[in-house]
Design a protein around this ligand. Structure first.
Ligand code: DQA
Length: 147
């Protein structure tokens, strides 16, 4: 099975961006963690980042029929993008929403997520380990439907 892991705007700045909130790991470190867990679970990992809403929408559309699940940290688009929600709904794949920070401990505008309406589950506040947990969850969901 192949998993699309999508990262939205500003996540390319991880490591230097507000380290007190997001930690000192870079996005390359997060990718390496995902690749290691993917290898352990025998999942193919397609790990991407974009600062452009439309590019994220296109990548989500392309996952239809080609990927088994989507892990998505949509960054700030989480709180604004009906277009990403619509794309996630259209592809009919299990979606797991991930956030490094605990969005519920932060500003009220981060408490609402459009992505959540299309997600099977949400993991937030556990830093990069959340991606590892999300991969384990995706693996379980995929294997359960395969049976
Ligand atoms: C984030 C939380 C969002 O509110 C924020 O805009 C981000 C990162 C996180 O991973 O904690 O860019 O998705």
């Amino acid at each position: 099975p192949s998993i699309l892991i999508l990262n939205g705007p500003n996540l390319n700045m991880l490591g230097t961006r507000e380290p007190q909130i997001y930690g000192s790991e870079t996005l390359a470190d997060v990718e390496a963690l995902c690749r290691a867990e993917g290898a352990r679970l025998d999942l193919e990992i397609d790990f991407r980042q974009s600062n452009h809403e439309g590019e994220l929408v296109t990548w989500i559309q392309q996952a239809r029929g080609t990927r088994s699940a989507i892990l998505l940290n949509a960054g700030a688009y989480t709180h604004t993008s009906v277009a990403i929600l619509d794309a996630l709904t259209a592809v009919e794949l299990p979606v797991i929403e991930v956030h490094l920070s605990n969005i519920f401990r932060r500003e009220p505008f981060r408490h609402h997520s459009y992505v959540s309406m299309a997600a099977r589950g949400v993991i937030c506040g556990l830093g990069s380990h959340g991606y590892v947990l999300a991969l384990q969850a995706a693996d379980r969901l995929i294997r359960a439907t395969a049976k």
